[in-house]
Ligand binder design. Sequence first.
Ligand SMILES: [Fe+2]
Length: 279
Amino acid sequence: MPEMPVLIAQISDLHIKPPGTLAYGRVDTAKALERCVAALNAFEPAPDFVVISGDLVDTPAAEEYEYLKQLLAPLKIPFAGIPGNHDSRELMRSTFPAAGYAHVSGPLDQKIEVNGLDLILLDSSLPGKPHGLLEGSTLRWLDATLATSVDRPALLFLHHPPFKGGIWHMDRQDLFNADQLVEIVKRRPRVQLIACGHVHRAMLTTLAGIPVTICPAPNHAVDLDLGQLREPSFKIEPPAFHLHAWFAGEDFGRLVTHQVPVGQFDGPHPFFGPDGKLL
Ligand SMILES: [Fe+2]
């Protein structure tokens, strides 16, 4: 038997609008989520869990969360979401009341155990602001939660990236207290990944030796403007999600992040013919 990984899918920045409304007058985010849910349901082997890393809706408004619930209803995989700067903690609490939130009020932090992995969902939203901040209660909870084990691998998820990726108008709305996050995680080798959203495009860097990723969105991408050449803009690029595959083993096992495009593509086709020769 081949080694079977635990599969954690990550989707991000859904920006659901009221039914019949396009984001920025142009992007059908509901249709984009429908395609993404279909791709997740069709993926084999089925992912074990889905994390939605913020900006679940756009305004935020109650009818958007209602529509989000309808759009997520066909998803056959258990999921959990964390707020982004476009979300409302109160509306998220009332939309997903069964979630295992760590606090009775305030940040919507959660720890979810999936087949030997700890998924630690951190609420970096700051009501009314585009940038991110981890509140004191979140930082204390993170520190205490990471201290509960020395050998279980932990994957951290938060909306706002704790690094500057070079896109000028996004860098000014990143996680403002990334240094406090680093202070905690650098003492905890079991943290194997910090996975973020917010920028609608894939990025990879490291922080205190820990891989940090940004997941692309199912809809539009923030324009890759690394020279402050244009006003803040978006582009319609190939939609995708991330699939974090964890293979159990010594020293926290092995974590590999795959990017999975969403859409209909030709294949898979065999490399080899019936005679075993390369076609
Ligand atoms: Fe965002």
